[in-house]
Design a protein around this ligand. Sequence first.
Ligand code: IPE
Ligand code: MG
Length: 243
Amino acid sequence: MNELDIIKKGVPEHIAIILDGNGRWAKKRLMPRTYGHLHGANNLVEIAKYANKIGIKCMTVFCFSTENWSRPKKEVNYLMQRPLSYFRKYKDKVFNSNVRISFIGRRDRVSKEMLADMVETEEKTKNHTGLHLVLAIDYGSLDEINTAFKKMHQEIIDGKLNLDLIDDQTVYNYLYTSQLPPLDLLIRTSGEIRISNFLLLQLAYAELYFTETLWPDFDKNELLKAIESYQKRSRRFGGLKEK
Ligand code: IPE
Ligand code: MG
C-alpha cells in the first residue's frame, strides 16, 4: 500500500518506541557509539515530525532507562547531555509548533539544568494540540510501579485513598502515563525481541512490532510498514471478534 492509503485507513493513536541499535549502527561505520546516538537523536526529530504530520496523537519513546546508568560514564554523560543541547537548539521551534512534549521517569537523578529545561518544555507546550511526544528519561517500569505503590500506600495512611475502592483504573491513575491514551502499538528496532522494563502494564493489550532495522535507519517508510502491520491485526482485548 502507498503512504496515503495507509494513512487513510487510520493510524494508531498511541505508539511507543524502544529505539535500539544506535551503538551497532556506529560500530558498522567504525565510529564511536556516541556517533550513533547523535544520529539516533536526529532521527527521532524526523520521526516525530512525520508522526505529527500523519496525525498520530501520542508517541512515547524510550530514551534512557533506569538501567542505562550502568553504561560507561562517557556514554551516560553523552546521553544525558544530548537532550540539553537539543532542547536549546529546537526550543523556539517546538514552542511555536503544535507539538506537546512531556517526560516520564524519575526526576531526582537528572541534572538541575536538565530538569529546568524539562519543566519549561512541559509548561510551554502543555496546550499544544498536535502530536504529544512523551520522552521516557530515567524510566523503568518496575520503578514506576514501585513509586505508584508507595504513593498509594501513603495516601491510604493519610485517609485520601480508600483501600476497598481501588480498582484497575485506580492503579493506572498512579502511573506516569495516567494522562495518556491507551497504548496501541509498540515498536522495537534492531532485532532485539524483548521489552526491557518499558511500559509493562501499559502494554497489556498493545500490538507488538519488531524490526531488524537499526534505529538511525528507521525512516518514515519503516514507520509506515509498522503501521501497515498494525492495521492487519485483529484486536479483541480478550473478547471475541465481532461479526
Ligand atoms: C539505543 O541504542 C540507545 C539508547 C536508548 C540508550 P543502543 O545504545 O542500545 O545501541 P546498541 O544496542 O548497543 O546497538
Ligand atoms: Mg541496545
